[in-house]
Design a protein around this ligand. Structure first.
Ligand SMILES: [Zn+2]
Length: 187
């Protein structure tokens, strides 16, 4: 199992909030986020929604600090999350699969989500370095991403954003809207 893959939970949660709207405005939004995540199923209540929004703010702060180069602050925030949401590993065997690792099978959904997401981010940092946490540079987009390019050239969350004016370009209307380099930067 690849621990770093749990980092996607952090990205998916942070990206539920954008200037245009909030996917976690109600319980249906939370259900949509948790769909297709069999280990994060169960009944949810409004307190879970509020806890997930708070977790989202904590995760976003990690990306924001990392993106502005404040690695110590990002790591301190992540370590706080890891302490508050410790991982409880269990070995399990079921449905024809051989023995494998499960995490935090009990506890509230926000707790289980937080433990996995924090563990995923920690593994990602250990694997690839914290400099790969990014904040989309397109104007009006606040999505976060991991830069997996060989030369750490990614600047946008998506190809769609790479085709729009960046925050920097918007401050200088006379400049070309998008350069070929900027477009190539999106993966
Ligand atoms: Zn974007």
């Amino acid at each position: 199992m690849n621990l770093a893959s749990y980092a996607d939970l952090a990205i998916d949660l942070v990206n539920t909030q954008r200037p245009q709207g909030d996917d976690l405005r109600d319980l249906d939004g939370l259900r949509a986020l948790l769909a297709h995540r069999p280990h994060l199923g169960g009944r949810i209540a409004h307190r879970d929604l509020y806890a997930m929004r708070e977790l989202r703010a904590q995760l976003r702060a990690i990306f924001t600090s990392a993106a502005r180069g404040d690695e110590d602050d990002a790591v301190e925030r992540l370590n706080t999350l890891l302490i508050h949401h410790p991982v409880h590993p269990q070995i399990a065997r079921h449905d024809g699969h051989d023995w494998h690792l499960h995490f935090n099978e009990s506890g509230s959904i926000p707790d289980r989500y937080a433990a996995r997401a924090a563990m995923g981010l920690a593994a990602k940092i250990a694997d690839r370095g914290i400099g790969r946490f990014g904040l989309c540079k397109a104007e009006g987009c606040e999505r976060v991403y991991f830069d997996t390019t060989a030369n750490r050239s990614r600047r946008y969350c998506s190809d769609r954003c790479a085709g729009r004016p960046s925050v920097t370009a918007a401050c200088h209307p006379g400049e070309p809207r998008v350069t070929a380099t900027a477009r190539d930067g999106a993966q």
